[in-house]
Design a protein around this ligand. Structure first.
Ligand code: NAD
Ligand code: ZN
Length: 363
């Protein structure tokens, strides 16, 4: 049972929590300093159970959605709405702010795949769920919806652009959907899991291709874009745990270190000259083999960041409330928190057509 440790803490009784592709990096051992005994989970909603004396923005009994970033709200970066890069919440890193349940490299805070969670800086992150919003939509607003949206935003989409998304997991699905909100003229998604491709084809909607069936994906993309490449490319894959030491990249064998960055290589090589590569896929320290020469020669802009959930919440809440976005359609499974191990196994191995799983604590 977590306890208030700081006057700005709140304790939230978790009512719904999800498993994220980011959790798979922990699950697969790709994130350093993931300690035994720490609680995972950064996507959760719940009811405020207790608040510290300095908490004024939420009160006991409120139903809140809790952004995955832990942010102080006061530092140089939070003041610029870069809540994912808070300078105060994570003293372990000069790059990223703290994240619930995401190892000691991300602050060492316990997460929300639990009955209760301690929420630091409770005046900043937790947001009261608007009346009438389905909690299934609310839980997806803690990460997946803002991350897909920010991926599209960072891609700098201009009206009519061809947007290529690598990865048809929840983040890639949402990025493909949101690309249209920025004026895309064509949206293409690549993955090699057919049920996910079928889902995103109808949901975004978009063109989909199984990268195991198209030969060299870079060549294929060039062919279907008049040899120009895509205007904007989004990497919604990140490090692949299965990363064998040898990977085939655009037809040649390259030796990579543990983990692999195949999608990122494909992204850089299939974007047009002067295009933008937007990276939301998470990479660990073993994935630093970026084709830097191509980046320079092509004059690329590469953008990436952890999502600043709070910055995007007002407009995304509106999109959900007016039906422009329907995040809960991605939820394929619902199970008691006690079955979390099965949930991870299923999501990781992509069994039973799993896209997004909601875990319900029994307390
Ligand atoms: P997921 O694991 O469900 O989806 C990843 C998808 O990529 C899978 O469907 C997989 O089959 C596919 N894939 C694997 N290799 C590929 C390749 N070479 N080309 C194309 N597709 C490939 O995960 P998710 O929940 O959708 O998350 C996606 C990524 O986004 C993860 O790396 C996650 O850590 C990251 N993420 C980042 C943020 C952020 O704030 N930047 C937030 C949430 C998630
Ligand atoms: Zn997540």
């Amino acid at each position: 049972m977590p306890e208030i440790k700081h006057p700005q803490d709140a304790i939230v009784r978790v009512t719904r929590t999800c498993i994220c592709g980011s959790d798979l990096h922990l699950y697969n051992g790709n994130v350093p300093d993931t300690r035994v005994g720490s609680t995972f989970g950064h996507e959760f909603v719940g009811i405020v159970e207790e608040v510290g004396p300095d908490v004024t923005k939420i009160k006991v009994g409120d139903q809140v959605l809790v952004p995955f970033n832990i942010a102080c709200g006061e530092c140089h970066f939070c003041k610029q709405n870069m809540f994912g890069n808070c300078h105060e919440s994570n003293t372990m890193s000069t790059a990223v702010g703290a994240i619930f349940g995401y190892s000691h490299t991300a602050g060492g805070f316990d997460g929300g795949q639990a009955e209760y969670a301690r929420v630091p800086y409770a005046n900043v992150g937790p947001t009261v769920i608007p009346a009438g919003m389905d909690p299934d939509d609310a839980v997806l607003l803690t990460d997946v919806v803002p991350t897909g949206y920010q991926a599209a935003e960072m891609a700098g989409i201009q009206p009519g652009d061809t947007v290529l998304v690598f990865g048809a997991g929840p983040v890639g699905i949402m990025a493909a959907r949101c690309a249209w909100l920025f004026g895309a003229g064509r949206v293409i998604v690549l993955d090699n899991v057919d049920y996910r491709l079928e889902f995103v084809r109808d949901y975004a909607p978009c063109e989909v291709y199984n990268f195991d069936e198209i030969g060299d994906p870079v060549l294929f993309i060039k062919k279907i874009t008049d040899w120009m490449g895509a205007d904007c490319v989004i990497d919604a894959v990140g490090a692949e745990a299965s990363g064998d030491l040898m990977q085939t990249i655009t037809g040649r064998k390259l030796l990579l270190q543990a983990g692999s960055a195949t999608a990122l290589h494909w992204a850089i090589n299939s974007v047009k000259k002067g295009g933008v590569v937007s990276i939301v896929g998470v990479y660990g320290p073993t994935d630093n083999l970026v084709p830097i020469g191509n980046m320079m020669n092509k004059g690329l802009t590469m953008r990436g960041n952890q999502t600043s959930v709070k910055r995007l919440l007002p407009r995304l809440i509106e999109h959900v409330m007016n039906g422009t976005l329907n995040p809960k359609a991605m939820i394929t499974h619902r199970m008691p928190l006690e079955e979390v191990a099965d949930g991870y196994r299923m999501f990781s191995a992509k069994l039973d057509n799993c896209i997004k799983t909601v875990l319900i604590p029994s307390s």
